[in-house]
Design a protein around this ligand. Sequence first.
Ligand code: SAM
Ligand code: SF4
Ligand code: SF4
Length: 371
Amino acid sequence: MTTVLPTPVVRPARTQHHAPAMPGSPAPTRALADRWGRVADDLRISLIDKCNLRCTYCMPAEGMAWLQKDRLLTAEEAVRIADLGVRIFGVRDVRFTGGEPLVRHDLADIIAGVRRLHPEIPISITTNGIGLDKRIDALVDAGLTRVNVSLDTVDREAFKELTRRDRLPQVIKGLEAAKAAGLEPVKVNAVLMRGINDTGAADLLEWCVTRGYQLRFIEQMPLDADHTWAKENLVSGAEVRARLSERFDLSPDPVPRGSAPAQLWEVRPKGASASSPALGKVGVIASVTESFCAACSRTRITADGKVRSCLFSNEETDLLSVMRSGASDEEICAVWAGAMMLKPRAYGSDEVTLNDPEYVQPERTMSAIGG
Ligand code: SAM
Ligand code: SF4
Ligand code: SF4
């Protein structure tokens, strides 16, 4: 099947009101605005580039060059960046990611540091779940409020092929522990790869709704280390919905989507009345075929402290060196805001799209950006 990718539509400068401050937080004094009328208030900080899995859509089997330890954000630097984001720029959500954030032994200290300064802000992690069962209590005590666990399949062989590691039982333990700790909702992120786990989409959904996890399928983006992404192989959001509809009835979630990347669907058994209780919800993040760049509200900081205004950027701005030079909060914020003002229109560019032959995949892999 050949998927024709649309040209991302970027609406002209639209009215995007800056979010009100969280209760208990000081009112923000500035905004991370860009030239296209967007305002970023969703902060993702990558804490490390290392990982204990090797997902084929993300990392190479071997030979990844790791950042030197002294180039990684320290716990204090990560907390300072999060604090500036919330206090000065009105960031409403702080998410820690990687690489694998659980590889950082000081993750609970970082979360606690942000929590002390901002008692109301949602703090979340995106994790592969390995070892989460042993850490979840400390993380929740530190102030963690939400977790997304990446799990692409519940078939052990397919998991092994996809992640190049036989560690499915540990991921499931991590998910169970997140649920038992009372985090709600526990979200599961899945990427479908043709020929490996694409036919298992409905099995994964059934597994998730039975256990009360909210599953979201994410279209594979060209951010893999091996540069094997091809439009022709993409399992599109439309295909995911079609596959799920063979086993379930999906109806659009009545809650308005807003600028959220995931389109949510209520899930019911095949043939059930639309007024019967839903089994749960499923999200489809069609980041390639149904671009949501026009509403993008993300600002990303890499594990080595660079501002990456777009996932696909070819340019980054070194915030860490500025911080380490002894800059004031005001100076750091000026650099961060300047980098965001130059945020590309879509997919790292103002003109070229993923459809164009001139499109060049960024050097950094997803694991080194922080998804
Ligand atoms: N290691 C953690 C994990 O896997 O959840 C956090 C980092 S990982 C880079 C963050 C998210 O990016 C995961 O949900 C993963 O599935 C997703 N991801 C990685 N490479 C991707 C790609 N090429 N396209 C789409 N999503 C990708
Ligand atoms: Fe590791 Fe997450 Fe990348 Fe998989 S997606 S290799 S778990 S960083
Ligand atoms: Fe935002 Fe860039 Fe992703 Fe588009 S491609 S949604 S602009 S990060």
